[in-house]
Design a protein around this ligand. Structure first.
Ligand code: UD1
Length: 430
């Protein structure tokens, strides 16, 4: 099993190129099966989650060809099965986007019911409610969600909770329903907009994505397209907090600064300086960090996927901070690992009360999930001494060449396997 070994203490300095948004990519890849014509997707992050989804798509008959490291060509005219194997959903929840995509195109889809995950129970009732409202018959059979319809009929759908996944899944199915759909209380995340733009580039008629009312006029068929995915706001935010915790000076490049506003405003509150350029943001944090309070919210609020990273920074700030997690119920698991590095954090329900400690000390820790794993790496970069982060595979689900990008900013980090390689790193860094 791969591990990251880190010697902390180096301020991160320099420029880093941000890749395409993983969460947009997952939905866009799934939506690519909604046409028999060829689709080219550019700026695709080459990470484990997108690669697993591509395998799932190949398994049901799509032809996938890599044109280069970040570009893929997909032709789905050969799809012969509407049933996705449990193997894939086990490895990546978002393969449930194939439900909306297949239901829209083929009027039939079978996808295993995703279970809970490390950040809490994650119901998909709103996705299913939407499919039913479009006229699909939806059953749970032998662990599978089976959705089918003679034809889908546009409808008026109100989401009871703001859900990114449900918004996208329903939008995909409704794009090929008959007549009009109005989706209210929709999620407004940039990747919802990106998926709508992608579908529109294939001939769909979707208006209002990015607001809480999305209007979809169903079309009979979708066509070929060539599309470039938006930059990943969470990868960008992670590097911005890496600058904050190491007292560094980092410019994240190839970003849309508007998408990063919640992150930049919190960085300003904790004492960093921010310079916004057209497609880059520079973060300079020369001084000690200040405490603040933060509550995760749907976009444009502070993203839950940045919650562990900001907590890692606040645990270093002088004073008391409060972090409230309002999206997922179980997203503070990593706090126990952070405590092993010296953090003083008390979790009560969905609130973490943080007493800043000024510094971390290196320890052997384990990443419980994707974003928390990345956040623990940041803690290691800020810590005195050596930190060993286990279960790197979680981080690789969503960060491409994470350690290489950090290294290019001056971090002392290596991906290793086993004691021998750890010793080699120790000797190298002294
Ligand atoms: C997506 C992102 C994830 C991010 C999350 C919130 C992807 C692949 N993942 O996850 O990284 O953390 O948005 O920004 O894009 N809920 C229900 N019923 C439903 C659906 C959701 O009750 O049918 C609840 C969830 O339990 C959660 C909240 O709604 O409390 C938001 O979840 P949702 O926006 O759906 O998250 P995902 O799409 O799963």
């Amino acid at each position: 099993m791969d591990q990251y070994v880190i010697k902390g203490g180096n301020p991160l300095v320099g420029e880093v190129e941000i890749g395409g948004a993983k969460n947009a990519a997952l939905a866009i890849l799934a939506a690519a099966i909604m046409t028999d014509e060829t689709v080219i997707v550019e700026n695709l992050p080459n990470v484990r989650d997108t690669n697993v989804l591509l395998q799932a798509m190949e398994e049901i008959g799509a032809r996938v060809e890599r044109l280069d490291y970040h570009t893929v060509k997909i032709n789905s005219s050969g799809i012969g099965s509407y049933s996705v194997d449990y193997e894939y959903i086990k490895r990546i929840r978002a393969s449930y986007y194939l439900l909306g995509a297949m239901l829209g195109k083929y009027k039939r889809a079978e996808v295993p019911l995703p279970g809970g995950c490390n950040i809490g129970s994650r119901p998909i009732d709103q996705h299913l409610k939407g499919f039913k409202a479009l006229g699909a018959d939806v059953k749970i059979e032998y662990g599978f969600i089976v959705a089918e319809a003679e034809h889908l009929q546009g409808s008026h759908i109100y989401l009871d909770v703001v859900s990114v996944g449900a918004t996208i899944n329903i939008m995909m199915a409704a794009a090929m329903a008959e007549g009009n759909t109005v989706l209210e209380n929709a999620a407004k995340e940039p990747h919802v907009v990106d998926v709508a733009n992608f579908l529109n580039s294939m001939g769909a008629n979707i208006k209002g994505a990015g607001t809480d009312v999305i209007r979809i006029k169903g079309v009979e068929r979708l066509h070929a397209t060539e599309y470039s995915i938006i930059p990943d706001q969470i990868e960008a935010g992670t590097f911005m907090f890496a600058a904050a915790v190491t007292k560094g000076d980092v410019t994240v490049k190839n970003v849309i600064p508007k998408h990063l506003e919640a992150t930049t405003s919190k960085l300003l509150e904790i004492g960093c300086e921010i310079e916004e350029l057209d497609d880059a943001v520079r973060v300079v944090c020369a001084k000690g960090l200040k405490p603040t309070n933060v509550k995760t919210l749907p976009y444009p609020g502070f993203p839950t996927d940045m919650q562990p990273q900001i907590t890692v920074a606040l645990a270093l700030a002088k004073g008391t901070s409060i972090v409230t997690e309002s999206i997922f119920e179980n997203r503070f698991k990593y706090v126990d690992e952070l405590a092993r590095m010296g953090a003083s954090i008390k979790v009560e329900g969905n609130t973490a009360i943080i007493d800043g400690v000024g510094k971390y000390t290196g320890a052997q820790i384990s990443s419980p999930d994707l974003r928390a794993g990345a956040a623990l790496v940041l803690a290691g970069l800020a810590a005195d001494g050596i930190t060993l982060v286990e279960d790197v595979h979680f981080i690789e689900r969503g960060y491409e060449r994470f350690e290489e990008k950090l290294k290019s900013l001056g971090a002392m980090i290596e991906k290793v396997r086993g004691e021998k390689e750890i010793q080699k790193f120790r000797l190298k860094v002294g």
